[in-house]
Ligand binder design. Structure first.
Ligand code: HEC
Length: 140
């Protein structure tokens, strides 16, 4: 009697044990990025996505030395650092964190006023700047 109870317990315990092992491997499986159907939120990175655009199209007039070696900062806007950008121009802020509609910089690249010379920014780049501002314009 006693031993048949134990056998019965073993019959139930085995599949349960397998199920637990499977469940724990499932939760331990690597990054959600590996799975294509997850729509994980990935914030725009200032350092990796925004700064390269500014370096290519803006800093020649906003923070880098010109031909004579003097630093050029048109409108006193220095875009070579996050701090300089957020300090704004001689007329005030050009990026309002969380408020793309109030961000002069975005407005100027959208209408094509900036860059003053050279190729206008790509629509995808403008979208990325807008998303970065909407997400709080962080130094990320
Ligand atoms: C060829 C030089 C040149 C380049 C390149 C350039 N700018 Fe400018 N920028 C200027 C000048 C000159 C002014 C001041 C006159 C004006 O506002 O039009 C200015 C002003 C600005 C202002 C306005 C400041 C204010 O408060 O009115 C913003 C914002 C700005 N630039 C952003 C940018 C961005 C973003 C880029 C790159 C996508 C860029 N600029 C590239 C020359 C340049």
């Amino acid at each position: 009697m006693f031993s048949s109870k134990t056998d019965l317990a073993a019959i139930f315990a085995l599949p349960l044990g397998i199920a637990l092992v499977l469940a724990s491997t499932a939760t331990a499986s690597p990054s959600p990025a590996a799975s294509p159907d997850t729509n994980a939120f990935v914030p725009v990175s200032f350092a990796e996505e925004i700064m390269p655009i500014f370096e290519r199209s803006c800093v020649s007039c906003h923070g880098e030395p010109g031909e004579d070696g003097e630093i050029v900062t048109e409108a006193s806007l220095d875009m070579t650092t996050y701090e300089g950008l957020m300090a704004g121009s001689e007329w005030g802020s050009v990026v309002e964190p969380g408020d793309p509609g109030e961000s002069l910089l975005l407005d100027m690249v959208k209408v094509g006023d900036m860059p003053e010379d050279g190729e206008p920014l790509d629509p995808a780049e403008i979208e990325m700047i807008e998303a970065w501002i909407t997400e709080g314009a962080e130094n990320n």
